[in-house]
Each structure stands twice: as structure tokens, then as C-alpha cells.
Design a protein around this ligand. Sequence first.
Ligand code: C2E
Ligand code: CA
Ligand code: CA
Ligand code: CA
Length: 278
Amino acid sequence: AANSREQRFEFYRPELNRGASERFKLEGALRRALERSEFELHYQPQVALGSGAIIGVEALLRWRHPERGLLGPGAFIELAEETGLILPIGEWVLRRACEQTRAWQQNGVPVVPVSVNLSARQFAEHIPETVRRILDETGLDPALLELELTESASMDDPKRTFEILRRLKEMGVSLAIDDFGTGYSSLNYLKRFPVDKLKLDQSFVREIVSDPHDLSIARAVIALGHGLRLTVIAEGVESAAQLALLARHGCDEMQGYFFSRPVPASECARLLCDGVAL
Ligand code: C2E
Ligand code: CA
Ligand code: CA
Ligand code: CA
């Protein structure tokens, strides 16, 4: 009883109330943002090590907030997940990325597959049906769509995940495991999942030049990926030294500020036409 009184007391603490009303306001603003088309996608190139060619672009969500300016997902994605708003927002992202890539293709831009991030919550809903519908609606070639899911999303219920991944693969989209190395993957399931790519998390790339442990992990992930015949892409590459080290250890592809920041669609079209300057 003492405990529950304490909890009640905690609940009425003014800071917590402020927190709750702020969250409530943000939730309303997020709902309106979707109706008022305040979201946009920025795109970050993914580069092949050998050729330096752009071989993919990752779509990253941004919110053009009327007062606060351009916001990254860090400012709102967690609340979107908690409130379930990630479902309509995630569907918007998927449609927008497919529409954009189709439009580039129709305008003669040399297109590459677009990667879309899926949250665990989206993965639990009818994702194969949603993807099928959006591909049909936009007319995008499924080979031009890649879906990124995190280890934690995929390992929640491996049997179900396997079934969903199989259906997505059957449609012809490709699949990548995002933030690889930060969650836990059962290697036994990883072996069976029909995925194409591992994305080495940027936390291992950040200090790869100075921290031998990070280098060991990166090398192990590259070896594991190649052993499973997967492509390995490193995230968060910011310097020539990081690039050189990852290249020396056989990493296939890279993404990071060294090549380009995430950029608006118009700028991405220019990069697709001209390539990234190295
Ligand atoms: P992520 O999927 O791991 O995306 C990579 C993040 O690293 C992006 O942050 C990108 O801007 C940033 N980044 C890229 N290169 C570098 C670099 O060289 N150095 C550093 N320090 N950072 C780099 P962003 O755009 O803020 O996105 C953060 C996270 O939000 C994403 O992490 C992803 O988990 C989530 N997210 C973004 N867009 C979506 C979306 O449409 N749907 C869902 N469900 N999640 C999204
Ligand atoms: Ca990602
Ligand atoms: Ca990532
Ligand atoms: Ca991340």
C-alpha cells in the first residue's frame, strides 16, 4: 500500500505532468503533420567500394516543422512508435520512396534501389500486403526496393519473421539487417533468413581507426556476412582513414558523411546523375 501511495505521489509530480502534456502536444502535432504533408524524405547514397558507384540510396524521414524547422527522426520517431502513429507514417514513407524512385526513373535519372527503414511495429502488421499494394500503386519494379529491419525486430519471433521475409523476397524486394551487431541475432536464424545485406552499425565504425576492439568486431561482421554470402555495408563512414581500413578488410559497400549527407530528393537526383565526388 505504501508503495502504491508512493507511485501515486510520483505520478502527480509537476515535472511528470509537464512531460505528459508535452508528449500529448507532440502527438497531436505528429497527427497533423501527416495530414498537412509536413514530412519529407531525404536520401543518402550508398557507395560500392570497388567502383565508387552509387549502388543504393537510403530514405530517411524528416519533419519540416512549421516553427521548429527541419527535424530528424530522433525528435519524434520514438513517440510515433509508442502511439502507433508509425504505422500511417511508415506507410507514407514507403509510398513516397517508391513514388520518388519511379518518378526519377520516368525522368531518365539513372536509378538505384531505394532502402526504406521499417520499425518493429510495422513489421508486425500486414507488411507484405502493404508492400505489395504500394508497389502496385506506384508501378515501381520490386527490384528497386530494399527494406531495412533491425535485429531486434527480426528476432522477436523468428518463425513469424522467417515467413514474412520469405513472402517479401518472393515479391522480388531485397532485405537488409540494419544496425547489425547492436542487437542480438541468433546465428542459427540468421543463417536461415532470406536476407541480402548486413549493415555494420556505425558505433563500430566511429572509432575503428583507433580502437582495435571495434576493428575486430567489424572484421568479424564482414567475415560472417561473407560466410553467409551476404553483402556487408558499413554505416557512418566519415573519413578516408575509415574507408581505407574497411576496404582493406573486404567491406563491400559504404554509407556516410564522407560520401554525402542525406540530401533532399532534387539534390539526390543530381548525385545519381553525376556520382559522388571522392
Ligand atoms: P539508421 O537507419 O541507422 O540511419 C542512419 C542514421 O545515421 C541517419 O540518421 C543518418 O543521417 C545518420 N548518418 C549517416 N551517415 C552518417 C555519418 O557519417 N556519421 C554520423 N554520425 N551519422 C550518419 P537519421 O536520419 O537521424 O535517422 C536516425 C534513425 O531514425 C535511423 O537510423 C532509423 O533508425 C530511424 N529512421 C529514419 N527514417 C526512418 C523511417 O522512415 N522509418 C523508421 N521506422 N525509422 C526511420
Ligand atoms: Ca537504416
Ligand atoms: Ca543503421
Ligand atoms: Ca541506427
